[in-house]
Design a protein around this ligand. Structure first.
Ligand SMILES: [Zn+2]
Ligand SMILES: [Zn+2]
Length: 278
């Protein structure tokens, strides 16, 4: 086994250098899924009806429920798509967590914790229309949304963050979840990115057992939950690996993936996520 290093070096950052420029299925009654912040009852009911409306009537926006006049983005209306929040302001250079104090460059989690990945780049904030789109692709078989999510990522992160990679690896699902869903939504997005940038796509990591959905666990239990859950193959040895995931919350999954890939000999691991919780 190769020795593995964490990536807390000061030069690591989300920006590209110039030279190289869970699985729990929420019921349709909880469209927001578990772990959401408390909302007023009426707001929740409104959101449920919006989400269900879009399933029953594909011409209804999955985010606001209004009739979609312009089908530029299909499942959501143009105003909702355009109002997806981007990660802006002072952000942690490693995990893009918004920072309270502008003078900091890294959040407490990254500074304290062992990060095996150098950094992540995120398309947008996990809320609003972006959250609804991720729920639709993940739990309601709207596979075509993968293209929209991949385009969203490309639109919002620098090309060099993708071109940097020797190989693109998606976060896997367990066999059981994959069999139930029929596809890995993250893999669909990763494949589109790989094809677009002509980078080899490799499913180099397998998820060897089921885990509790990460969003149902306390922070301290998340790492424990993932311990030993991924199994790597040697195809990433000596490569710069870009891991693609749909949602980044605490970074436990990304970190465990990076650790696994480094054990398999990857020289550096970075991440691309469609959305980041804030
Ligand atoms: Zn809308
Ligand atoms: Zn951080």
């Amino acid at each position: 086994m190769n020795s593995i290093r964490t990536s807390n070096s000061p030069e690591s950052g989300v920006q590209c250098p110039e030279e190289n420029p869970e699985t729990g299925v929420p019921s349709p009654q909880s469209f927001d899924g578990p772990g959401r912040s408390p909302e007023s009852k009426s707001n929740t009911i409104k959101k449920i009806s919006d989400g269900l409306l879009s399933l029953l009537f594909p011409s209804a926006c999955a985010s606001c429920g209004r009739y979609i006049k312009d089908f530029k983005y299909h499942y959501v209306c143009v105003p909702c798509y355009e109002s997806i929040k981007r990660l802006e302001g002072a952000l942690c250079k490693t995990c893009m967590k918004p920072l309270d104090a502008g003078y900091l460059t890294e959040c407490g989690d990254c500074e304290r914790g062992e990060r095996y990945f150098t950094n992540i780049a995120a398309g947008g904030v996990y809320s609003g229309a972006l959250k609804e789109l991720i729920h639709l692709i993940k739990f309601y078989e709207r596979k075509k949304i993968a293209k929209l999510l991949a385009e969203f990522v490309i639109e919002n992160i620098m090309d060099c963050a993708i071109k940097w990679a020797d190989v693109i690896v998606p976060v896997p699902l367990s066999k059981k979840v994959l069999a139930g869903r029929g596809y890995n939504q993250t893999a669909l997005v990763a494949k589109i990115l790989a094809d677009k940038f002509n980078i080899p796509y490799v499913e180099a990591v397998k998820k060897v057992r089921d885990t509790e959905p990460q969003n149902k666990l306390e922070r301290k239990d998340r790492l424990k939950n993932l311990k030993g859950v991924f199994e790597e193959d040697s195809s990433v040895a000596g490569k710069k690996v870009l891991v693609v995931d749909d949602v980044y919350t605490t970074g436990a999954t990304m970190n465990e993936m990076a650790k696994t890939l480094k054990m398999a000999g990857a020289i550096e691991v970075r991440g691309i996520v469609v959305a980041r919780s804030v």
